[in-house]
Design a binder for this molecule. Structure first.
Ligand SMILES: [Fe+2]
Ligand SMILES: [Fe+2]
Length: 241
């Protein structure tokens, strides 16, 4: 009887003990305290928590802008990559142009302006185009006469190509004087511009087919010549042609 009482007591003690252990275990895995007031909450997810605000601020801003770009759509991700990549590119420096490339580019530009004139109907547009053609031709003939022709004449010991080119320049200048600043007045104006375009085309053909190939075969430093011509051209354009 005594033994039975002891074992009942022991059973009661074991039941109480088990209840207490279960209660402790429950408190450890499922806290019931207020999460908002927990000072340690989320510390494991804040890798910069140990840094001062001053150090953290720029990184936080960068991370925010990345989030703004990438959070909404795949297109935003691409824009973010392009935006950040474009900031790293440095401005390009203009490639030095050799003398012949520079002159050929001028020829092409003027030829395009003449074509534009032929397809224009408005008098105001025609006048604007002719004024631009005259300015381009004036600057172009000037840098050829001042820099390119004398260099080529000396290098080739030329007595024919350069003098003929100079005579043709004089004719081009006469034609320029007939149309520069003049109001388009119909047939005669159009005829003068047409003749000027054909004369310029003929002159350009001779330069590109005869003078330039011969000049290329000389020891002339075309890059140095080109640099001097580009500088002079910029000067003349700044002065209004
Ligand atoms: Fe010329
Ligand atoms: Fe030319």
């Amino acid at each position: 009887m005594h033994g039975k009482r002891l074992s009942r007591r022991a059973a009661l003690w074991r039941a109480e003990r088990a209840k207490a252990l279960l209660s402790q275990a429950g408190a450890g895995c499922c806290p019931t305290r207020d999460k908002g007031s927990d000072p340690d909450r989320g510390k494991g997810l804040r890798p910069m928590a140990h840094l001062s605000d001053e150090v953290r601020r720029p990184y936080a801003a960068q991370s925010r802008s990345a989030r703004d770009f990438t959070s909404n759509s795949p297109g935003n991700s691409i824009r973010y990559i392009m935006a950040t990549a474009s900031k790293k590119t440095s401005p390009r420096t203009p490639k030095p142009q050799d003398a012949i490339a520079l002159l050929k580019a001028d020829h092409k530009k003027v030829s395009g302006l003449f074509e534009e004139f032929q397809s224009s109907r408005s008098a105001a547009k025609k006048k604007k185009l002719v004024d631009q053609i005259c300015m381009e031709l004036t600057v172009h003939t000037e840098i050829e006469e001042e820099i390119f022709y004398p260099a080529v004449k000396a290098a080739l010991k030329d007595k024919e190509l350069v003098p003929e080119a100079n005579v043709e320049h004089a004719s081009i200048k006469d034609l320029i004087a007939q149309v520069k600043g003049v109001e388009p007045d119909g047939e005669m104006y159009n005829a003068r511009v047409k003749v000027m375009s054909e004369f310029v085309k003929h002159h350009v053909k001779e330069e590109q087919n005869e003078m330039f190939p011969k000049a290329k075969k000389t020891t002339l430093d075309m890059l140095e010549l080109g640099a001097r011509m580009a500088a002079r051209k910029a000067e003349l354009l700044a002065a209004g042609g």
